[in-house]
Design a protein around this ligand. Structure first.
Ligand SMILES: [Zn+2]
Length: 561
């Protein structure tokens, strides 16, 4: 029996009071999910009331699909004006058609009536219980301009980028969308009259692939379908992960009495024992969005929009500062409780390099990919000294997931070609010591300055002078295999792919890499060995960044399909 009533026990009171689920954290939350309401509020809420009377109170009601009907109705007025009240805290998705857009005034979400809250166009909602709910309102639109009742590839990729690019990301508890994901029927039990190869949204499939929700609810097809749970990992290739249960719900009060209300209890995944979380039910199936257990076919399909949108993100950063925050839901200015955890996973403190963080010097950003971005180094050794940085918060390359590593390598290879065309070779180094957010320093050295071997010799000689032991690592070998997770290290990578590696035990000169490159043996700019002496005005930085972006454009793979 769940303690207390809806009124007395701590509830998900969005914005109106702090969420106080903490003290009952281990107890499962009891939730209800509902399909298209289409204005049949009385039927729905009477039903909920009857269920609560019989089997105790639930914590939340989540509504997907069309909450409002297309015809104006008097029933809603009663809820809106407070004559009637929803018997449970209810969260709803936004419009799926032009007729109902008018009900959802604030794209960032708002209260529609007492106890009934519109979540917003897209974002993540986290209670202090730790339960994470990602929501995406509307139907898919691939054409610009995107109507007010639709989401675009950009919306989906920004959600994915925001949530999935940190090394700690494992998945979310619940995903709410109105359309079904395309292909969800693959490898599963029959989805009845709904042909999932034809209907549904491929963008939603892509979102589900990335987010790995434990529960995914959808509606709009006027039928009930509970798919067998599917796995999120590739058997024998990846560690076991939790499964996803996809549940589509019918419309409220349908004459065929198809299921439109689904009750379940859930412990937030962040509070669960890892072994418990990844337990595989006996009826688990292959992932419907993957082709025969290989690379996700859907993932491939939407790669282009992902990259396109990352560019958009870049422009947003430049032109409308702070835009990004509000796209995840409400931002702090509109919330009386700015601490409400509605943000993507974040670093423990302020970070200068997390792309979403307000501390980032956005004018130095010169290119943005899906997982990584490029920025000019502040006080660089040269005008084209750049950094490769992960968008999410990673401390070192050792922590990067495979897809982020892949993009880091892509940036490295592209920069090599770019600089080669300009008569320079690339030297890359990383210092994972007293650093907070991974920075790969990429310094172009004019071919006329010296040969690769001279660069190598300079590093070895100057290391010896400072009693730093540099190990030569063969080309193509992985730092991950050499460095222990959490261990401090420095390495430099030459344009041949050779690496020199140092395991830092204590007291490593922070400026070592820079000092060697600035020395007479290489760039011969000894006065530049300290970046603080190389600072230039913001205006000049902007000019350099603009120039770099333009020069780099022919090499910009984020513009490719
Ligand atoms: Zn960071």
């Amino acid at each position: 029996m769940f303690p207390g009533s809806a009124d007395s026990h701590p509830n998900f009171r969005w914005q109106s009071q702090p969420i106080l689920f903490g003290q009952m954290a281990q107890k499962p939350l009891r939730l209800l999910a509902c399909g298209d309401v289409e204005g049949k509020f009385d039927i729905l809420f009477n039903r909920v009331q009857a269920i609560q009377k019989k089997s105790g109170n639930f914590d939340l009601l989540l509504c997907v699909g069309n909450f409002f009907g297309s015809t104006p109705d008097a029933e809603w007025e009663e809820y809106k004006t407070g004559i009637k009240k929803a018997p449970i805290q209810t969260y709803v998705l936004g419009a799926n058609n032009q007729e109902t857009v008018k009900y959802f005034q604030d794209a960032d979400g708002c209260e529609l009536a007492e106890n009934i809250t519109y979540l917003g166009r897209k974002g993540i909602f986290t209670g202090s219980s730790g339960l994470q709910i990602v929501y995406l309102s509307g139907t898919e639109s691939l054409n610009e301009p995107v109507p007010g009742y639709s989401f675009s590839p950009k919306d989906v990729s920004s959600l994915r980028t925001m949530l999935c690019t940190t090394s700690q990301f494992k998945g979310v508890d619940i995903l709410l969308t109105s359309p079904w994901p395309k292909y969800v029927g693959n490898f599963g039990n029959s989805s009845g009259e709904v042909d999932t190869k034809k209907c549904g949204s491929a963008l939603v499939s892509s979102l589900a692939t990335g987010l790995k929700p434990r529960y995914h609810f959808a509606a709009l097809e006027k039928t009930y379908y509970e798919r067998l749970p599917y796995r999120n990992h590739i058997v024998l290739q990846e560690n076991a992960q939790h499964v996803t249960r996809f549940i589509a719900l019918a419309n409220v009060g349908n004459p065929e009495k198809k299921k439109y209300l689904y009750a379940f209890s859930i412990v937030p995944m962040k509070l669960m024992d890892a072994a418990e979380l990844v337990k595989q039910p006996p009826d688990v199936t292959e992932n419907p969005y993957r082709k025969s257990g290989q690379e996700a076919s859907i993932g491939k399909q939407i790669l282009a929009p992902v990259e396109e949108s990352a560019c958009q993100f870049f422009f947003d950063l430049n032109e409308k500062q702070g835009r990004k925050r509000s796209s995840t839901g409400r931002d702090s200015k509109s919330s009386p409780h700015p601490k409400l955890p509605r943000k993507p996973p974040q670093p423990p403190g302020p970070c200068w390099f997390c792309l979403a963080s307000p501390e980032v010097e956005k004018h130095l950003v010169v290119n943005i990919g899906t997982h990584c971005y490029l920025a000019l180094a502040k006080g660089g050794l040269s005008d084209d000294h750049v950094l490769i940085l992960p968008i999410g918060h990673y401390q070192s390359v050792v922590e990067l997931s495979a897809e982020v590593v892949e993009e880091v390598e892509k940036y490295k290879a592209t920069l090599r070609r770019f600089f080669k065309s300009r008569g320079k070779r690339c030297v890359v180094f990383e210092r994972n010591y007293k650093s907070h957010h991974l920075q790969l320093q990429v310094i172009p050295v004019p071919v006329s300055c010296c040969a690769t071997d001279d660069i190598k010799d300079a590093f070895i000689t100057q290391a010896q002078e400072q009693q730093i032991e540099l190990l030569e690592i063969p080309e193509h070998s992985d730092i991950k295999q050499i460095a222990q997770p959490g261990a401090a290290y420095f390495y430099v990578e030459l344009d041949t792919g050779e690496k020199l590696f140092h395991r830092i035990k204590k007291n490593f000169p922070l400026q070592f890499g820079r000092e060697v490159l600035a020395s007479e043996a290489i760039l011969n700019v000894p006065d530049k060995s300290d970046w603080r002496q190389c600072q230039i005005s913001k205006e000049d930085e902007e000019t350099l960044a603009r120039r770099f972006r333009k020069d780099f454009e022919p090499y910009d793979f984020t513009l490719d399909d």
